[in-house]
Design a protein around this ligand. Structure first.
Ligand code: ADP
Length: 586
């Protein structure tokens, strides 16, 4: 800005100076010309006077007459009158001795006068060593001889008046220049303030500060410009705030989404990416805007699908297995978007479907196992019924045997269907309405009481180790019952003789209940798997005792449903101990 104002001042001063100089030069030259013309007029008149004088005065008095005339006509003796003969010799001169003067025929004014005109010339006189203006014309002496009458006056007057004119011009120029300087400075100060404010404002706006205002008012052009810049800044500020809000909304929506969202341009460079992508693809996504999709996710399948969508504009859905060991599967849907040539691209919406996939596998396996388990007793029952129908029913002893077997298999079928239903119920979420507070030891004693007769019949002893204080739990009594009936049933089933011990331990925030036995125990390699559905270490023994292979699975789900956990310790041939921990009721 400074340089513009400086240039503006310099330009205005130069223009003022040029115009003063031009007008001064023109005035001086006009003035000089005027002076010269008036001098020429004067000399013209004087030559006429000298011409008439020489016609009247005899030759011998010529010199005195010329001297007298010069004194009379000239002011302060500045006029010089000369009479020059036709051959160039000087007959008389008012300022010098005519005899000592050289031939004047070569003088320009004489040469011009010889042609019949009035000749004018200006030069430095050799005779008197001053600059003179000369005028000469032809004249005739009294005796009829031809001659030239010449009048001369010093140029000093003309030159001094020119000097004076120049001096006054310079003084006037200096005053004009000073006045112009003051005017230019005042006007530039007047312009500089609003220009500075407008420039500062536009600098702030271009730096992103849209709250900047010019503060320039008034009815002049700057005021109009200031107001229109202010309203422009206001509308930009409003639009930017709106865009920011919209962008924040989109960012918040994307941040809150569980699905990963990636938006890429037509060159597969990332425009937008949300945080969920990091978790789904297990990659670092921060600062990945502008980077190629492949370099961030390193998934050739996804890259290829995006290519295909960008090529034909048809949406695609692919499943990508990102971690075969952990079984991580991602479902990616890719849609095109077109907002004009430069804005086209694709949106990738990704979701981790590993859990779904695993559940699908579990469900499929469960259906396979369940139908297999169901098929066996059904086939056996069918076989017995067919045999009976074929005539065996007529044999009373065979009928009895078959009916006992039918009873056993149908009971197994019933147990199986009941356990399947129990497992399904166990997998449902717990409802606070089902929960009630009770003493774990008291309820455990009730559970065990149904086994008493059976245990003694098998030669087993039941031992209890309960704390003196009640150990309160808050959960469904029915679920508690089902957990411990299953565990005690297993302990009895897999223990031929010895002890089944029920223990309740109460800590500050948890109640731990264990069911231990001195039975067959579980081989180390099977311990991890006993909670799986239909998993049985010894299938025939389990079946023999009416086991379905779902008991521990039901225990695990019911325990976890109420915030607890179950674990097992076992040694083959020595016995097993199942421990269940629940959060204590407050
Ligand atoms: P089941 O109906 O066969 O008892 P469970 O799911 O209750 O099915 O148990 C799964 C398997 O775990 C059993 O078949 C058995 O091999 C093993 N098991 C469970 N409890 C005991 C135990 N107390 N002693 C030894 N093995 C056990």
């Amino acid at each position: 800005m400074k340089s513009i104002i400086a240039k503006y001042i310099a330009f205005l001063l130069l223009a003022t100076l040029a115009s003063i100089a031009t007008s001064g030069l023109i005035s001086i030259s006009i003035l000089n010309k005027k002076h010269q013309e008036s001098m020429e007029d004067r000399l013209f008149g004087l030559t006429a006077v000298v011409a008439s004088l020489v016609r009247e005065v005899p030759r011998e008095r010529l010199r005195d007459a010329v001297g007298d005339a010069a004194r009379t006509l000239g002011m302060e003796g500045d006029i010089r009158l000369t009479v020059i003969m036709a051959d160039g010799s000087v007959a008389a001169d008012s300022a010098a001795d005519a005899d000592s003067m050289d031939n004047h025929l070569d003088r320009p004014e004489i040469a011009e006068a010889a042609n019949g005109k009035v000749g004018f010339a200006s030069r430095k006189s050799d005779t008197v060593n001053k600059r003179y203006m000369y005028a000469a014309r032809k004249a005739v002496l009294k005796n009829g001889e031809e001659c030239f009458a010449r009048a001369a006056a010093p140029m000093e007057r003309v030159e001094s008046s020119a000097k004076q004119a120049r001096a006054s011009m310079i003084t006037a120029a200096a005053f004009t220049l000073a006045a112009a300087l003051i005017a230019v400075l005042a006007s530039s100060i007047m312009f500089a303030a609003p220009v500075r404010r407008l420039t500062e404002m536009s600098a702030k706006i271009s730096a992103g500060d849209f709250s900047a205002r010019s503060g320039v008012s008034g009815d002049n052009e700057f005021g109009v410009l200031g107001r229109s810049m202010d309203s422009m800044a206001e509308s930009i500020e409003r639009d930017v705030a709106e865009l920011k809000r919209a962008r924040d909304d989109i960012e918040n929506i994307l941040r809150g989404m569980r699905d990963g969202v990636i938006v890429v341009d037509s060159g597969k460079r990332i425009i937008l990416i949300n945080e969920a992508v990091e978790e789904i693809f297990r990659v670092e996504c921060r600062n990945s805007s502008g980077k190629p999709l492949l370099s961030v996710l390193r998934l050739a399948a996804l890259n290829g699908a995006v290519d295909a969508v960008l090529a034909d504009g048809a949406p695609r859905a692919i499943e990508i297995e990102t971690d075969p060991i952990e079984g991580t599967v991602i479902d990616a849907r890719i849609f095109p978007f077109r907002g004009g040539d430069a804005d086209s691209g694709a949106i990738v919406a990704a979701r981790d479907i590993s859990r779904l996939k695993k559940l699908e596998i579990v469900r499929r396996e469960f259906i396979e196992n369940a139908s297999h388990e169901l098929r066996t007793p059904v086939a056996i029952i069918r076989g017995f019924v067919e045999t009976l129908l074929a005539g065996a029913s007529k044999d009373a002893s065979a009928l009895d045997r078959f009916l006992i077997l039918l009873d056993k298999e149908s009971l197994r079928l019933m147990n199986l269907t009941e356990d399947i239903l129990s497992l399904e119920r166990a997998q449902r979420r717990s409802s606070p309405d089902d929960a009630e507070s009770f003493d774990a030891a008291a309820l455990l004693k009730d559970c065990a009481s149904s086994f008493d007769l059976f245990i003694f019949g098998e030669g087993l002893k039941l031992e209890t180790d309960f704390p003196p204080e009640p150990a309160f739990l808050r959960m469904s009594k029915q679920d508690f019952n089902q957990i411990f009936v299953n565990l005690i049933d297993n302990a009895v089933k897999f223990t031929d003789r010895g002890v089944v011990r029920l223990k309740v331990e109460s800590a500050a925030d948890a109640v731990r209940i264990s069911v231990s036995d001195t039975g067959v125990g579980i081989p180390a390699q099977d311990i991890e798997r006993v909670f799986e559905r239909f998993y049985r270490v010894d299938k025939s023994r389990s079946r023999e005792r009416g086991g379905t292979g779902l008991g521990l699975s039901i225990v695990k789900h019911l325990t976890e449903k109420w915030g607890g956990s179950v674990s097992v310790e076992s040694k083959l041939g020595t016995g097993s101990s199942f421990s269940v921990s629940f959060p204590a009721a407050l």
